[in-house]
Structures are given as C-alpha cells and as structure tokens.
Design a protein around this ligand. Sequence first.
Ligand code: FAD
Length: 313
Amino acid sequence: VLANPLRPAILAAAKSGLLERSITKAPVTRRIVDRFVAGDNREDVLDVARRLVGSGRAISIDFLGEDTTDRAQADATVQEYLSLIGDLGALDVAPINGAAPLEVSMKLSALGQALPHDGDRIALDNASTVCAAAEDAGVWVTIDAEDHTTTDSTLAILATVRKDFPWVGAVLQAYLHRTEDDCRELCGQGSRIRLCKGAYREPESVAFQSNSDVDASYLRCLEILMTGDGYPMVASHDPAIVAATGTYSRDATAVEYQMLYGIRDLEQVRLAETGATMRVYVPYGTAWYGYFMRRLAERPSNLTFFLRSLATK
Ligand code: FAD
C-alpha cells in the first residue's frame, strides 16, 4: 500500500514560508491546531500536563520550533526549556513503573544545529545545558529525530551528551533504511530509544516509501529493541504495533508506549489503565506550523476536516 498520495505535497508545503503566513493567519486554523498543540505558552502546557499526569499518563513536552538559523533564537529556546524544567520539577509527581513521569523532548535544529557556523558544537553545548538542569529536576530528556540530513550529526551529539547524561534518549525512524543498524547500535544497557515510523518527506535513496515497507521495517526494528538490553519507547498510534509490542515478555518497567497529544486519547487512557507506562508527547508554543502540517500529512481525514472547516468559513 502506498502512503497517502497527498503526503509529499503537504510535507513540501510544511517548508513553505508563504503558505505558513497564510495558513497561520486563517482564524479557523486555530481551533484545529488546538487539537494537536497544547497552547501558546508554558501556562497552557502546564495545565495540560497536570491533567494528563492526573489520569496516570507520563508526558514529554516539546517547545515547538525547528531549523533555527538565528543564534539568539537558539539561546531563547534554551531559556524556555530551563524555565519549563523548573516548572516541571515543582510538580512533584511519583514515578510510573520506575520511569520519570515528566520528560522534555527537544529538536537539535531548534538549539542551533542548523546555524551556518559551528552549529553542531552550539547544539551540543545547548543540549548539555538543558540536560544538566533536567538531571537536577528529575526530568528526563529525549532528542527528537528530524530529516535524514541531520541523523549523523544528531546521533553523534547524542553519543557525546550521553557520556555525561547516560539516561538521555533519542528517536529512531523506521522509514529510514539505516535504522535497523542504528537500533542494533543503540539497544544496549541504559539506552532509551523512541522508535517511530518517521514524519518527514524523504527520498527513495534513504527511506522506504510504501506504508507496508515502513510497517515491516518498524516491526524488524521493534524486534531488535525489544530483545535488546535497552529501554524501548514504542511511539505509534498503530493498533498492529501496539499489539506486536504486547507479544514480547518485557515487564512494565522495561518498555513504554508513546502517543501524540490529541491522538487516540481513549487508547492512551486504556493502556495506562492496564498498568503500562503510557507517555504523551505534548507540543506547545507559537511555532506550530511544521508540526501541524506533518500531522495533516499523516492522516487524510485530518486534512479533509481542516479543508472542510476552511471552506465553510
Ligand atoms: P500511522 O501509519 O500514521 O497510523 C497507523 C494507524 O494508527 C492508523 O491506520 C490508525 O489505525 C491509527 N491512527 C493513527 N492516527 C489516528 C487517529 N488520529 N485516530 C485514530 N486512529 C489513528 N516523527 C519523527 O520523524 N521524529 C520524531 O522525533 C518523532 N517523535 C514522535 C514522538 C511520539 C511520541 C510519536 C507518537 C510520534 C513521533 N513522530 C516522530 C511521528 C511519527 O514518526 C509518525 O509520523 C506518527 O506517529 C504517525 O505514525 P503512526 O505510527 O502513528 O502510524
């Protein structure tokens, strides 16, 4: 089965500044964005965080932003993460199956990786600053995966950060041909790996293109992580993947499920109620355009809903 035929066009639109300006200005967009994004500011996301944690779910909060080409913006992002971590540390929530219930997720391209000079070093320094604060606050950190041109740099930065903060997690994308090897490399003791299908537009030379090939790759990668010595974080809304995860005899302290805020909420609650660790990825901030477009690209029904709302206004 081929992926959603509109996916490449929507993912191309996700990179268009012109479309970004018109779509983010359309008043109706806001209501639909609110389904996937927990508000513009820290106060908004902390309300959502309290509600999710109150229902027995763990959370990973992402301050939206990516592809920063401005040093001051990268520094401001670090400051926002430090404030967020301070606020999360004050929530005082008990661990879930031994896992930290509170986590932040961050994109290295928002921390300076895409800067023209010294991007890798700046992103490394900034990531380390965030990780040091998180360690003090008892908050975990996972580094998101972006498009394939960043994978080598991101995994190299991860390896360096993990020398000081071995608990820091990373994301691997099953649609990339390289990912089975990366899973083998990163399935050792203490290694926290979030496995997802992958959300960017990638060429055939590096990534599987059909849904069935991506799903098969996901299951092969899952097998490597679930039979390894690390801590797999199974990030998917796909019932087949959730079911496959349940067939491995891992105890609830050694694996977690992860889904996105606003997607399959009832299934999230159901999994948490079985005693599993269920973590919800919760984005906030005003730079939601790229994230929102990737969600539209994933699911034609989201797009239809969005277009219909625009047409009725
Ligand atoms: P899909 O193939 O999109 O969906 C499979 C099935 O899931 C559907 O057929 C349906 O049965 C069910 N489903 C999906 N959506 C819905 C819905 N709205 N309502 C009901 N059922 C639904 N991608 C990256 O590239 N980098 C990252 O760092 C990254 N981090 C992520 C973190 C988390 C916690 C999660 C959950 C995803 C992350 N992603 C990331 C996105 C990921 O790569 C996929 O794009 C996204 O999760 C969609 O894939 P899926 O596995 O849910 O399956």
